[in-house]
Unconditional design. Structure first.
Length: 205
């Protein structure tokens, strides 16, 4: 009887494919659910709250050194299309260049922007730009009138920045804004400065 019981037990049918798959998924979830939660949280944070951006060029020197890393607030621009304040540094998507750029907001909707003697004029008034590494070097022979819902961005390194002054379409819609950087991280011996700094927004008058 004992041997017969063993034979009957040994002849039990193997679990079908569905049961095996269910068991595998249950075991996977038990062992890896913490990792899944962490990855989901990271995705949400960097999709809707924070942005990490790379600064490959010197167009924003020396405010943002070449080859530095930015941390920016993404949430505000992920859920709305706000227009930033004059002087704010923002990241945005450029359809014309097909990449993410970081520049400083100079012109707001309705502004007329002109240039004279190396300085920027907003609606006929000279713009005070204390954040620039050098004054009186902003050259351009064009006049710009910023449409509603758009902004006009320039780099701080006015002699080495490819910005709205030379673009075919110099006006960037507010919907293209991605984030407002708040920290810049610069490491390496070739940088204009090294360390971690908070990004001071505004400053243009």
């Amino acid at each position: 009887m004992r041997e017969e019981g063993k034979r009957l037990e040994g002849n039990q049918p193997a679990p079908d494919a569905k049961e095996k798959e269910k068991w595998t998924l249950k075991r996977f979830w038990k062992e890896w659910k913490e990792v899944v939660y962490v990855l989901a949280a990271v995705f949400v944070v960097f999709k809707f709250i924070l942005q990490i951006a790379w600064v490959p060029s010197g167009s924003m020197e020396t405010t943002l050194p070449t080859r530095s890393v930015l941390l920016g607030w993404h949430l505000t621009y992920a859920v709305a299309d706000p227009v930033p304040e004059r002087g704010d540094i923002i990241t945005f998507w450029s359809d014309e260049l097909g990449k993410v750029l970081v520049k400083r907001v100079i012109g707001l909707p309705g502004d007329e922007i002109t240039f004279s003697g190396g300085y920027v004029y907003i609606n006929g008034q000279q713009l005070d730009e204390p954040y620039l590494p050098a004054q009186g070097v902003t050259d351009c022979d064009r006049t710009f009138t910023v449409p509603e819902g758009c902004f006009f961005p320039l780099g701080d390194n006015r002699t080495g920045s490819l910005d709205a002054r030379s673009w075919e379409n110099p006006y960037i819609p507010a919907s293209a804004i991605l984030a407002r950087p708040f920290v810049v991280i610069s490491v390496g011996s070739s940088q204009s400065w090294q360390g971690i700094r908070l990004i001071k927004q505004g400053g243009a008058r």
